[in-house]
Design a protein around this ligand. Structure first.
Ligand code: NAD
Length: 357
C-alpha cells in the first residue's frame, strides 16, 4: 500500500523550496518506483489567513493519518503583530505536540565541497559530522505557567517555566543512544546542572538510562561550554542530546559551521518512527519570492524522511549522492557561493538535483 506524505509548504520561502523537493519525489516515483501518495495542507500564516488559525483542525487530522510530513517553513513580518496564540509558529508547535514528535534530529554535516563556505577555518570543520538530538515537546517552550503579568507596583513581569519529567528525559536519552549506536557510539548530554534543578534531574536520568547501552560512551557538558566547544573544536562531538531551548540554539550554531543554514535538514520523530521533516531554517522573509533560497535542506529532508520513516534507504542514498554530485559540479545557490563556481537560483538547484538523480 502507498505510504502517505502530507506536504505543508507554509509561508515565505516555504512554497518555493518545497516545490523543488517535490520535483525530486516525482523523479523517484517516475523512474525508481517510489510508492507514495501526496496530500497537501495549510499551516502557519497562510492557514491563519485562510482559516483564522495557524493549525486548522483538518491539517492536524491529515497529519495524524499520514506516514510522514514534509514541511517548508512558517512565519513572516505580516503576522508578527498577531496575538501569540495565533501566530504562525504556534501552528508548528501545535503539530509537534499534537503528534508527540519529541525527538528532533538535526545533523550538522560539512560537505567537503563546502569547507571554504564555512566561517571557520577548513581544518577545524572538514569532516564534521554531528547529530544534535533536541527534545522537542517539553521544556521551557511548553512549560506552564507562562505569560506576562502586572505586579503590584505596576511593573510588568514576563515568566516561563522550565519543566521536564523523568519519563520525558528518559525517552529522549534513549532516542539519542539508539542513534549513537548506528554511529560512533559517543553521546554528550548538554545541560546547565550547576544552576538549574530541572537539568540536574536531566543529568541524573540520562546517566541512569545509559546503563541499558553499555557500548555508549556518555559525557556531560554545560551548555555555555558546549557553545564554546562547538566553535572551538566541533569534531570532538558525535551525538549531542539536550533540552528544547538549548538544542534550538546549539543547532543553529552547528548549522553555521557547515557553511549555510540552507544546507541542513531535520527530522522530528514520535515513539514509532513517524516523523515530520523540515529544513532547520525559517521562512526567510528577506528571500521570499526571489527564487534565491537554497532548497537543499528541504531536499535532504526528503532523504531523511525516506530513511527514518518510510524504510526506503536506497532512495535516500540516491538523493544524498545526487546532492553530492551537484556540489561536485560546482553548482551553488548564493548562500554557499564562493566564486569561480556556477551560481544558480532555487529552481535551477532543484532541477540540477533532479537531473543528477
Ligand atoms: P530564518 O532561518 O528564516 O533566516 C535566517 C537567515 O538565514 C536569513 O538571512 C535568511 O535569508 C537565511 N536563510 C534562511 N533559509 C535560507 C535558505 N534556504 N537559503 C539561503 N539563506 C537562507 O530565521 P529568522 O529570520 O530568524 O526568521 C524568519 C521567520 O521564520 C520568523 O517568522 C520566524 O519565526 C520563522 N521561523 C520559522 C521556523 C520554522 O518554520 N521551522 C524556524 C525558524 C524561524
Amino acid at each position: 500500500m502507498s505510504k502517505k506524505i502530507l506536504v505543508l509548504p507554509g509561508d515565505g520561502i516555504g512554497p518555493e523550496i518545497v516545490v523543488e523537493a517535490l520535483k525530486v519525489i516525482k523523479r523517484l516515483q517516475d523512474d525508481f518506483g517510489l510508492d507514495v501518495e501526496l496530500q497537501s495542507g495549510l499551516i502557519g500564516g497562510c492557514a491563519y489567513d485562510a482559516k483564522g488559525q495557524p493549525l486548522p483542525e483538518e491539517t492536524l487530522l491529515l497529519a495524524k493519518e499520514a506516514d510522514a510530513i514534509l514541511l517548508g517553513a512558517v512565519g513572516g513580518y505580516k503576522w508578527e503583530s498577531l496575538d501569540i496564540s495565533v501566530r504562525p509558529e504556534k501552528g508548528l508547535l501545535g503539530l509537534r505536540s499534537g503528534l508527540e514528535l519529541f525527538s528532533n534530529l538535526r545533523p550538522a554535516i560539512l560537505y567537503p565541497q563546502l569547507a571554504s563556505a564555512s566561517t571557520l577555518k577548513a581544518d577545524v570543520v572538514s569532516g564534521l559530522d554531528i547529530m544534535i538530538v533536541r527534545e522537542l515537546t517539553g521544556g521551557i517552550y511548553f512549560g506552564q505557567p507562562r505569560g506576562i503579568k502586572t505586579l503590584d507596583n505596576g511593573e510588568r513581569q514576563g515568566f516561563n517555566t522550565l519543566v521536564y519529567s523523568e519519563s520525558e528525559i528518559r525517552r529522549i536519552a534513549r532516542s539519542a543512544f539508539e542513534i549513537a549506536m548506528k554511529r560512533d557510539k559517543r553521546v554528550c548530554s548538554v545541560d546547565k546542572a550547576n544552576v538549574l534543578e530541572c537539568t540536574e534531574l536531566w543529568r541524573e536520568v540520562v546517566t541512569d538510562a545509559v546503563s541499558d547501552y553499555p557500548e555508549i560512551e556518555l559525557t556531560h557538558m554545560y551548555v555555555d561550554n558546549a557553545a564554546m566547544q562547538l566553535v572551538k573544536a566541533p569534531k570532538q562531538f558525535d551525538v549531542m542530546v539536550t533540552t528544547n531551548m538549548f538544542g534550538d540554539i546549539l543547532s543553529d550554531c552547528a548549522a553555521m559551521l557547515t557553511g549555510s543554514i540552507g544546507m541542513l535538514p531535520s527530522a522530528s520523530l514520535d515513539a514509532n518512527g513517524k516523523g515530520m521533516y523540515e529544513p532547520i531554517h525559517g521562512s526567510a522573509p528577506d528571500l521570499a519570492g526571489k527564487n534565491e533560497a537554497n532548497p537543499l535542506a528541504t531536499i535532504l529532508s526528503v532523504s531523511m524522511m525516506l530513511r527514518y520513516s518510510l524504510g526506503e534507504t536506497k532512495m535516500a542514498d540516491r538523493i544524498d549522492s545526487a546532492v553530492n554530485q551537484v556540489l561536485d559540479d560546482g553548482i551553488r545557490t548564493y548562500d554557499i557561493f564562493t566564486g569561480g563556481l556556477t551560481k544558480v537560483s532555487t529552481s535551477q538547484m532543484g532541477d540540477a538535483v533532479t537531473a543528477a538523480l
